[in-house]
Design a protein around this ligand. Structure first.
Ligand code: PMP
Length: 299
């Protein structure tokens, strides 16, 4: 696989209030965010020139920063406008949008309350997290790493530091031949994949873990609404791993993953079915509606 490095691309990045050339969007190596993971970010998708649920992502970014004890010096309106400005500046219609906020380099020790808070926003074309593998369904290996307890880390935030475990889990899964990892939580219940939430279909009912110890995804909440509109019952609860044997369909939901069918978890196999396909189609239709609002009626 060939990669175009992210620091060597053409384009424009919004950085602390200015649209600057892509290659100039650099930070100092002695930045607190790099050394101590004092950084929070978002992952958004634009469809047809509109960022789906933009305000919800911006609110979560602001909330994540508060959970890490810092305040982003921009309002939600300003951040929304900056995200849209980045799309336009890069001539993007369908794209992934990545805002990130971090503590700067004024102080480099654990305590860093006097650091300046930076915000940058980039956007690039990214069709799907699992590319064409998504079509036939992805495979998940069971991770050895666990999602931590909310008493151990600010697990409801989209904090950069929480992705350290995700990267370790995903690398381990890929080395074993899987597409991604399924992570359990600190208690041993099913939690999520490394960048998407999980849903299991059992007897026509959609089950998903209660978001304790991991992100309550915007796509997750959207899919629960879409399912209810289709009269599909949705149950949020702690799911023990033994129940993976009882699922007829499994799917992942996330901004980057969108709705992705799962065809294998460890030794268990699944056949993507009617509920997965219905939700995938409903999601695809919804994200392309103006303002992403559910003004349509489910058939
Ligand atoms: N969990 C993790 C670890 C993620 O990175 C993401 C993607 N942001 C999600 C779940 C799904 O969240 P969302 O639907 O808001 O993108």
């Amino acid at each position: 696989m060939t990669f175009v490095p992210f620091d060597d691309r053409d384009g424009t990045i919004w950085c602390d209030g200015f649209l600057i050339p892509w290659r100039d969007a650099k930070l100092h190596v002695l930045s607190h965010g790099l050394h101590y993971a004092s950084a929070v970010f978002e992952g958004e998708r634009a469809y047809g020139g509109m960022i789906f649920r933009l305000r919800a992502h911006t609110e979560r970014l602001l909330q994540s920063s508060r959970m890490l004890g810092f305040t982003i010096p921009w309002s939600a309106e300003e951040i929304d406008a900056a995200c849209n400005a980045v799309l336009r500046a890069n001539g993007l219609i369908n794209a992934y949008v990545r805002p990130i906020a971090w503590r700067g380099s004024e102080q480099l020790a654990v305590a860093a309350r006097q650091t300046r808070i930076h915000l940058a926003i980039a956007a690039w074309p990214w069709p799907n997290l699992f590319d064409t593998r998504r079509l036939k369904g992805v495979t998940l290996g069971i991770a050895n790493w666990k999602r931590p307890s909310p008493e151990t880390a600010p697990t409801a935030s989209k904090a950069a530091g929480l992705y350290m475990i995700g990267t370790l889990a995903k690398h381990e899964a890929e080395e074993a031949g899987f597409d991604d990892a399924l992570m359990y939580d600190w208690r041993g219940f099913v939690a999520e994949a490394t960048g998407a939430n999980i849903f299991l279909v059992m007897d026509g009912v959609l089950h998903t873990p209660t978001p304790e110890g991991f992100l309550d995804g915007i796509t997750r909440r959207t899919l629960m609404d879409l399912a209810r509109r289709r009269q599909i019952r949705v149950v949020e609860r702690a799911i023990p791993p033994e129940e993976l044997a009882n699922a007829s369909e499994v799917l992942l939901a996330g901004t980057a993953a969108e709705v992705t069918p799962v065809r294998r978890i460890g030794a268990y196999s699944y056949v993507p079915g009617q509920i997965t396909e219905t939700l995938r189609q409903d999601y695809e239709a919804l994200v392309r509606l103006p303002a992403g609002e559910m003004t349509h009626r489910a058939a």
